[in-house]
Ligand binder design. Structure first.
Ligand SMILES: Cc1cc2nc3c(=O)[nH]c(=O)nc-3n(C[C@H](O)[C@H](O)[C@H](O)COP(=O)(O)OP(=O)(O)OC[C@H]3O[C@@H](n4cnc5c(N)ncnc54)[C@H](O)[C@@H]3O)c2cc1C
Length: 463
């Protein structure tokens, strides 16, 4: 089979590695990733490349967005089961966050939450924590691993412009490139992010399937500042205020390693003039001038704004693929960053899809229960993949919607209502569970292997 993955972000690279690991006879298949953007420089503080000069291009690739992110324990477990060396390398270049500290702009500490999954995992299982990392650090570690495992040809730099199914039943899928080239393939895996051309190939350009700007944008960057208190508390700090949100944490052992970000409300996608660094810095100072945390002020005083990003989400789609085209990660479910789950859900997608393709191909080899060809196997895998993954993602998206409003502009009454709500959820965990469900348990007890086993068993039982 010829398999093309479009996009070498976190989801694309992870899908590549999982397929190499799980396909019954990987050398019998051709597997390649096509990526449109050359990576930015190795330093997180380096200027983004020239083609990030428009918001449209920023939205096409989170690699260009840069900044930092937290990989939650469920995502780290996917990396652990994929390859321990990769997991350890991701953890080593990042910063192990054992606590989330929630604050109010007025200086109150509203609560602390442990990030570790020890409480809900078997006791002999080593506890996983949230790993804070520059996006580039995570991506580069995964990229190097993919090259080590798959060779230098694993990732090719070519922009895919469209994907077309051949008209006659059973024919292949044509991937068309910006350079005018074309390739006929059997399976296209769209890991091409929020502005996905693979999603367009499946759903066309209808507005109801297009990404939506959520009315919030963010700025962020990295600094070298003394941060013994941040490191000692092993914490990522989130501060909520009446006119936005501010977060900071260490991003790992190598300076500049104080990562920070600030989210603010803008009813429309910011215009290109808003990308002027001096304008952004002025707005940042203005926005947070009355906030009480001295670390926040130290950061803002020293900050150079490196990335600006409008936030997009992808609406719930009726399916995530059919007839040889399938989506993973942000291309099918870009979610509000408040969830802290975008990357981890991409990792879970990739493992689930690879396990299903592998299992269905094994059944095709023995022509088991009507699965006679590789095409049958792929179609079934795509269908089961959506069956497993969409309810999980929908639950996380819904929870994110409840929390996202807490970053919007509010008056003084709502500001204190927000503080009270956040305090209450952490001070009385049963109320948090009542409002949001048992988040820790539902995030960290999910297992791709178990879910795949269950759907295949159900299939056996029904036939
Ligand atoms: C501000 C912000 C903060 C976030 N914080 C967190 C967090 O703390 N924790 C978390 O888990 N998640 C977080 N996320 C979400 C997370 O970053 C994304 O969910 C994740 O990066 C998605 O990975 P992906 O590989 O699916 O997509 P992307 O990272 O967007 O990768 C898509 C890739 O496809 C390439 N591509 C696009 N179009 C084409 C084409 N036509 N041809 C070839 N290649 C193409 C792109 O260049 C890119 O490399 C955050 C997101 C944002 C915006």
């Amino acid at each position: 089979m010829k398999i093309v993955i479009v996009g070498a972000g976190i989801s694309g690279i992870s899908t590549y590695l999982h397929l190499l690991k799980h396909l019954p006879n990987p050398s019998a298949h051709t597997l390649v990733i096509y990526e449109s953007h050359k990576p930015r420089s190795s330093s997180p503080s380096a200027q983004p490349p020239a083609d990030s000069a428009t918001f449209d291009s920023l939205s096409q690739s989170t690699q260009l967005v840069g900044g930092g992110l937290g990989i939650s324990p469920n995502g780290m477990r996917i990396l652990l089961t994929l390859d321990k060396a990769l997991h350890d390398a991701v953890a080593a270049q990042g910063f192990c966050v054992e606590n989330f500290i929630f604050k109010g702009a007025n200086g109150w500490t509203l609560g602390t939450q442990k990030t570790g999954d020890g409480k809900v995992k078997a006791i002999d299982d080593k506890e996983e924590f949230c790993i804070a990392s520059s996006r580039h650090g995570l991506w580069e570690t995964m990229f190097k691993h993919a090259i080590e495992v798959g060779g230098s040809g694993a990732i090719k730099y070519r922009r895919v412009v469209s994907i077309v199914r051949e008209a006659n039943e059973g024919a292949g899928i044509v991937v068309k490139f910006e350079d005018g080239g074309e390739e006929m393939v059997d399976l296209v895996i769209g890991a091409d992010g929020v502005k996905s051309v693979c999603r367009t190939a499946l759903f066309g350009t209808e507005e109801k399937y297009a990404p939506k700007y959520i009315g919030q944008s963010g700025v962020g960057g990295f600094l070298s500042l003394p941060m013994s208190s941040i490191v000692a508390s092993k914490a990522m700090t989130f501060t909520f205020g009446p006119n936005g949100f501010f977060g900071y944490s260490s991003s790992g052992p190598t300076p500049p390693n104080l990562m920070w970000w600030s989210t603010f409300e803008t009813s429309s996608v910011p215009s290109i003039k808003d990308m002027d660094a001096a304008v952004i810095k002025k707005a940042l100072v203005e926005r947070h001038k009355n906030w009480k945390d001295p670390i926040l002020h130290d950061i803002i005083k020293n900050a150079d704004v490196e990335s600006v990003y409008p936030t997009w989400t992808v609406p719930e789609l009726p399916h995530w693929g059919e007839r040889g085209i399938v989506l993973v990660g942000d291309s099918c479910h870009a979610m509000d960053p408040t969830t802290g789950q975008g990357a981890s859900q991409g990792l879970e997608d990739s493992k689930t899809l690879a396990l299903l393709i592998a299992e269905c191909l094994k059944r095709a080899e023995t022509e088991h229960r009507g699965i006679e060809t590789e095409k049958d196997a792929v179609d079934l895998a795509i269908k089961l993949y959506h069956e497993i993954r969409s309810p999980r993602v929908a639950e996380i998206v819904e929870r994110g919607k409840k929390l996202a409003g807490k970053k919007a502009n509010v008056g003084p009454v709502m500001e204190y209502v927000t503080y009270f709500f956040l305090w209450l959820m952490m001070a009385v965990p049963s109320i948090g569970k009542f409002l949001l469900g048992d988040v820790l348990r539902s995030l960290n007890t999910w297992s791709a292997e178990e879910e795949v086993h269950k759907v295949l068993q159900k299939l056996e039982d029904s036939s």
